[in-house]
Design a protein around this ligand. Structure first.
Ligand code: HEC
Length: 167
């Protein structure tokens, strides 16, 4: 009889413990999701599939100059021996985030040569979707802070509601 009582107490105790643990997990989850929604960053215009496709294209077409991690040239503001600017970082530490999407697309298409630079244009090698994928990969290196500022400027530059209009 005493033994039965002991087992019963143990069982109840275990049940309570488990119940308590479950509650802790549940409230922990809740706390996490609240934190996330409080610091919710600006939604990005691209998804992870674009970033993955773009990363591959970037490695093939851009990495030789702008570096595989998009860090470009450390002293990108200084002219080289030939009087040209070296490939700048695209990772959000240089100027790239000053340009709206339309300008970034145009830069990749026509390059920098018409503006006195040395970057080749890629309109004959990449279609619009591929260019957007590469820019998605590039922007995935930008912090939420940089992206949010870029996003505001981009909205001002292109009031069109079809921000992602191809072309
Ligand atoms: C042959 C080297 C070279 C290749 C390849 C190259 N770039 Fe560039 N890129 C440059 C240089 C150099 C500049 C600086 C402007 C100039 O001289 O034309 C530049 C500038 C840029 C800019 C403007 C940056 C800013 O802050 O204003 C963007 C955006 C850019 N490149 C993206 C790309 C992308 C995307 C690719 C691949 C599709 C690419 N580049 C391939 C050399 C290159």
């Amino acid at each position: 009889m005493n033994r039965m009582k002991l087992i019963l107490i143990l069982m109840l105790g275990l049940t309570n413990l488990t119940g308590c643990d479950n509650q802790k997990v549940a409230s922990g989850e809740k706390a996490t999701s609240v934190t996330q929604s409080q610091s919710s960053p600006t939604d990005r215009w691209y998804d992870i599939n674009q970033v993955n496709r773009g990363g591959e294209l970037y490695r093939e077409t851009c990495a030789s100059c702008h570096k595989p991690d998009a860090s470009g040239t450390p002293n990108w503001q200084e002219l080289d021996a030939q009087g040209n600017y070296p490939p700048p970082p695209l990772n959000g530490t240089a100027h790239t985030w000053h340009h709206p999407l339309s300008v970034l697309r145009r830069t990749v298409k026509i390059g920098g040569i018409p503006l006195g630079g040395t970057m080749p244009g890629f309109s004959d090698k990449l279609n619009n979707q591929q260019i957007d994928d590469i820019l998605a990969w590039v922007q995935s290196h930008w912090t939420d802070e940089i992206y949010t500022i870029w996003h505001e400027r981009n909205l001002q530059a292109d009031k069109s509601p079809q921000l992602l209009k191809k072309g």
